[in-house]
Structure formats: structure tokens, C-alpha cells
Ligand binder design. Sequence first.
Ligand code: NAP
Ligand code: ZN
Length: 348
Amino acid sequence: MPTVPAYAVTSLTSPVTLSTIERRAPGPTDVVIQIAWAGICHTDIHMSRGDWGEPPYPLTVGHEIVGWVTETGSAVTKHAVGDRVGVGCMVNSCRECENCVAGLEQYCLAGPINTYNSVDRDGSITQGGYSTHIVVDEHFVLSIPEAIPFEKAAPLLCAGITTYSPLRHWNVGPGSKVAIVGVGGLGHMGVKIGHALGAEVTALSQGTSKRDDSLEFGAEHFYATRDSETFEKLANYFDLIVNTVSSQIDLNAYLGLLRLDGTIVSVGAPPGPIPVTLFTLMANRRSFASSSVGGIRETQEMLDFCADHGITPEVEIIAANEINQAWDRLLAGDVRYRFVIDISTIGT
Ligand code: NAP
Ligand code: ZN
């Protein structure tokens, strides 16, 4: 500290290469974390490759972070040296607006400070978890329950909370008919969590290769969306559809699968506007919604829920020098179901 090794992209097309970043010296409420594992979220690629606009380079991404506390500021009370902790998509917010006060820091009216590519309090650009250490205000640091194997915990910090939050917000439970569209990093967690909440979960995937896995994760039904009959069979069926797809899909076709007052929540964030036909919403008084990660209180609730229910992400561990291949494989749909970087391999 404050200079630490990190993998970064330096342009829209550059590979992810080993470099260094600056971490601030810990302030009174900061926790210094030695990162053990970092998940690879599709957002890392969207952001690095400019899908939502060109970011400032060099940029280190990664917002599924777990590690050990190595140092605490003088006023820290929530965490102690040696604790197993996690950091997700946010590292700060204003803490004063009505959304922050309600524990919904992801909807901070001043804008949350995201774990990477946000302007931090000191004016610097935040840098993410593909690095050996991170310094974060204790409020935004989560406790990782002992029951969750450490190397599997990281994806919960984004994929886990991003699916848990809408499932909880739309009151999913016994009797709910829920579809999860896209069985990727987020989607496979959506299936597991939806099932644990007691819902009847249907997995909707492009082909049939993820059928057996989906049923094992707790889906009661599985349908391939390449089969047009799927959309006839399931018309007017679901209370809630959580769309996790990273590319544009014909959401109007999926809207037709909602029963009266049903809602589709699109957490997948492809570039470009999403065309939705008003008349498809009007029929059956359907709603089109979206949702962003989850607040800090809810993220801790999700971690404890996963520990209590024995829910863990399916991970493939990679060394840090395999990040580029992992990104290519993720874009090709060749991952079951989340890559996790062994951060101890950085620089080795
Ligand atoms: P991922 O692992 O790549 O999963 C996306 C899945 O979508 C794939 O596994 C695939 O599932 C399906 N898919 C991909 N391309 C498709 C296409 N052209 N047509 C139909 N289906 C396709 O990605 P992820 O990490 O889960 O992230 C998913 C999306 O959520 C990304 O856009 C990401 O930025 C966004 N995200 C949003 C939030 C939020 O707060 N709202 C948080 C995290 C991530 P099948 O093989 O089963 O079809
Ligand atoms: Zn993410």
C-alpha cells in the first residue's frame, strides 16, 4: 500500500494486463482488505469494452470481491483484522438521502459510488477487485458467513444480490410462478434463490444444454427459448419474470408470458434502448421494471440466507493470467456458471 498490483484494461480493445493501481491510506472508518477471490461479472466486460460509453482508462474492474481484513481505521467497529469479508458493486453513497436512509444505497439520489469507474470522494476514479487489496468504508463491507466456502462466496456479492433483491421486492414465495431468463452467472443464482424462497421456478435458456443443471439448481420446469412453441405453451403463466440476459432479446415475446398484474424485471443490461410494446403491457395490466443490485442491509441478508439454505454459486477457478481467455469464454457462453479469479496468483 498504497500502490498494489492489479489487472487493468488500457483501451476499448486492449487485453487485461498486469499493472499497478493506487489505494488510499485507510481513513478512520476504512477497512483494508487483502483480496482472496474475485468473480468475473458480465458487467466487467460491458464496462471495459465501452458497451455503455467509453470509461476512463486504465481501468481495473471486478465487483465480486472477498478477502481478509488486514487493517482497520481507528473508528471501525463492524469488522476486525482477520475477518472474512466481501465487497460488492458499491463502495460508498451519500448516506443522507431518503433512499440511503432506507438502506437502499444502490438508489442513492446523489448516485452511489460504484466499486469501479466512479468518482470517489477524493476525486479519483474507483478501481475494482482484479487486484490484491482494496480500501473500503466499513459500512460497505459485508461479513461472509463461515458456512459459505470462501472460493465460492465472491459471486454472491453481485450475481447473488442482483437476483435476490427483485425476488424479495416482488414478494416471491410459495405459490409464485417465476421465470428466470438466461442461465448464466446471475441466472443460475436466480434459479437457486427463487427455489429456496419456495417459488415454482422455470428456467428459460436459449438451447437445451443447461436443462439438467437447471433442474438440479431447483428449477421445476425448463424450456428452450429457441423453440417457438415455448412462447405458446407458457402464455399468460408467470407472476414474475427476471430477465438476466446480457444481449438484446425480444422482450415483448416474454411479456406475453405474464399473467394478470405480472411483472418482468430486466436486470440484464444490454447496450441500447429496449423497445416495449404498450399494448402488450396493457393486456393483462403487465409491468415492465428493472432493478439494481441491492442495498447493504439486504446484501448481508442474502449472504445469511444463502448460508442458511446451503446455496453456493457454481464456480470455475482461474489464475489471474487467464482473465483474457475467461472473458472470451464468457462472451461465447462457455462458463458453468461463474469464473472466479484466484487473486493469490497475481504476479506469480
Ligand atoms: P452471463 O453469465 O454472460 O449470463 C448471461 C446469460 O444470458 C447467458 O448465460 C445466456 O444464458 C444468456 N444470453 C447471452 N446472450 C444471449 C442472447 N444473444 N440471446 C439470448 N440469451 C442470451 O452474464 P451475467 O454476469 O449473468 O450478467 C447478465 C447481465 O446482467 C449483464 O448484462 C450484466 O451487465 C447485468 N447485470 C446487471 C446488474 C444490475 O444491477 N441490474 C448487476 C449485475 C449484472 P442461456 O445460455 O441460458 O441462454
Ligand atoms: Zn456484476
